[in-house]
Design a protein around this ligand. Structure first.
Ligand SMILES: Nc1ncnc2c1ncn2[C@@H]1O[C@H](COP(=O)(O)OP(=O)(O)OP(=O)(O)O)[C@@H](O)[C@H]1O
Ligand SMILES: [Mg+2]
Length: 538
């Protein structure tokens, strides 16, 4: 591999004949693409297609590829760090400023000079020179810029001097996003930035990226987010990356349309051409009305289906089958109290659940996670009690799955075998196959799994369990759209009982028959669907 800094170029970053394979499987095969200044590229592809890997190649974190990466000389690249605890020893505000590595180096150099016991005239000149460079880089406004970014994401100034280790994961993610955005990087690489964000912070980030003038490459499975911020889609499929102008809906609709036309061999070529032209005209008209039109309009004015190919995505098959039917007494919860981070998130909570209920929990995420953890006996309430019916068999999808993959040493078959009564390999492989892990794939270690692949393994584990009660804490985070759809279908079809929480509106709408809202420690129960619940609010 080589990193080349080229002198004359109008593209910000590009790859030449980039290839990377794991065993027989090519993640990338001779990929040569360019990313231009001012565009925002949504990097999409199925779970495990190689999105995170591609960003790591661009940022230099992965080096064992062949081919070249070219970056415009003198340009600064910034990435959203994935390791949530990497900065645990830092305070919040300095941690954000560390996002500009050049500025940080200058500040450190200056501080080291001033700290010298034998500070000479020469050191003074040097320090003055460095001060000038710091000023030119906006160093004297660094704290106020960092504070603004944090405030936008919902981190108050009282947090500025807190140590990162004292923050929740959601708060850490916000600080790391602010760090990535800090100092106007020329190239901004964001891997699933919205995953742990609340709605307000997502909206702020959307506005920020719409206004952003430099090159952005962002991985996301959030269709709404991609539509709002992206001028282009970069689709990873079967070892290739193809770039299309337009947002996600445009890419999706047109690739579906082409697929249906390709299937229908009888249709004439002119008909196809006309259908595509009409589609582009309709779509462009809608796109230019959107807010995005103001700053990133240019790109969308030139929509062209050019080399658009049909999407070849596959759907996993998700089907939860209870081993036995549960009796009528399902769950009784009485007077539960729980405090998290000195805040009472559950205050005298009581409720009852009937067989077959599918309950969507809305509101305070921390409270919902605390309640689910208590019900699954992963933590204790301070007060109160609960009782599951004797015929119930429960299975849990926790928001954090790290502890299930801690060792990382097992291959996929052996990992799943731990949770199966039937130890037969072909039986286990059957469940892996439904989740699209086939052939050699099942022999890989869990340590190399992508975020979405880990979620697919957790879902296989739940399918194997034969449980008649399922609890899900935000199951769609990390999943690609095909898997979300498959999970959605699986939950609609399931005839057991479900307790779940998810930010995905469609999910809540199509699955839930009851809505429980947990807020300020109290529970409000609505015996209606989500749509009826929303109507009742008006
Ligand atoms: N050392 C390795 N050996 C074998 N396979 C590997 C190795 N490292 C990564 N992989 C595989 O490479 C693929 C790409 O992983 P990557 O994390 O880039 O996917 P992704 O597109 O970001 O997926 P997601 O949407 O789930 O985040 C995965 O199938 C992963 O299991
Ligand atoms: Mg990834």
């Amino acid at each position: 591999m080589t990193f080349v800094f080229i002198s004359v170029s109008y593209h910000m970053i590009s790859t030449k004949r980039l290839s990377l394979n794991y065993g027989n499987r090519y993640l990338f095969e001779n990929v040569s693409i360019q990313f231009y200044t001012g565009n925002c590229y949504g990097l999409i592809g199925a779970n495990g297609a190689g999105k995170s890997t591609f960003l790591k190649i661009l940022s230099g974190e992965i080096k064992d590829y062949s081919g070249e990466i070219e970056i415009m000389p003198g340009k600064r690249m910034s990435t959203l760090k994935q390791d949530h605890s990497a900065f645990d020893e830092e305070e919040v505000l300095p941690c954000v400023i560390m996002g500009d590595s050049v500025l940080t180096a200058l500040i450190n150099e200056r501080d080291a000079l001033y700290a010298k016991p034998d500070f000479s005239d020469e050191d003074g000149m040097k320090a003055a020179d460095i001060e000038e460079q710091i000023e030119a880089r906006g160093g004297y406004h660094a704290e106020s810029e960092a504070g603004k970014l944090l405030a936008g994401l919902g981190i108050k100034s009282s947090f500025h001097n807190k140590k990162m280790s004292t923050l929740t994961i959601a708060e850490k993610v916000k600080v790391l996003i602010a760090q990535a955005l800090f100092g106007q990087p020329d190239i901004l690489l964001l891997d699933e930035p919205t995953n742990n964000l609340d709605l307000k912070a997502i909206q702020w980030l959307e506005e920020f990226l719409i206004e952003y003038q430099n090159t952005v490459i962002v991985v996301s499975h959030d269709r709404h987010f991609l539509n709002k911020v992206c001028t282009h889609m970069a689709d990873i499929d079967y070892g290739k990356i193809s770039i299309f102008t337009g947002n996600y809906d445009f890419w999706y609709e047109s690739s579906q349309l082409i697929r249906s036309i390709e299937r229908d061999q009888k249709r004439k070529a002119e008909e196809k051409a006309k259908e595509l032209k009409d589609f582009i005209a309709r779509f462009s008209a809608n796109a230019s009305k959107s807010k995005q039109a103001t700053s990133r309009k240019k790109a969308l004015e030139k929509l062209d289906l050019g080399s658009m190919k049909a999407s070849t995505r596959k759907f996993p098959f998700i089907d939860f089958k209870p081993e036995r039917e549960a009796g009528n007494n399902l769950l009784l919860v009485e007077h539960i109290d729980k405090t998290v981070d000195s805040q009472k998130v559950l205050n005298n909570i009581s409720f009852e659940i009937q067989k077959g209920d599918k309950i969507a929990f809305l509101g305070d995420e921390i409270a919902i996670t605390a309640l689910f953890d208590i019900l699954m006996e992963e933590s204790q309430p301070e007060k109160g009690s609960f009782e599951w019916g004797v015929t119930t068999l429960r299975s849990y999808f926790p928001a954090e799955n790290g502890k299930y993959f801690n060792s990382g040493e097992l291959n996929l078959v052996d990992w799943l075998r731990q949770y199966s009564k039937d130890k037969d390999e072909s039986y286990i492989r059957g469940f892996l196959g439904r989740m699209l892990f086939t052939g050699d794939e099942s022999g890989k270690k869990t340590s190399v799994l992508s975020g979405g692949e880990k979620v697919r393994m957790m879902l296989s584990r739940m399918m194997l369990s034969g449980a008649n009660v399922l609890l899900f804490d935000r199951p769609t985070a990390h999943l690609d759209l095909e898997s979300i759809q498959a999970l959605n279908d699986g939950l609609i079809k399931y005839n057991g009982t479900i307790l779940f929480t998810s930010p995905d509106q469609q999910f809540i709408e199509t699955v839930a028959n009851r809505v429980f809202v947990l807020e300020n420690g109290s529970l409000a129960i609505h015996d209606k669907t989500y749509t009826e619940y929303l109507e009742s609010l008006q």
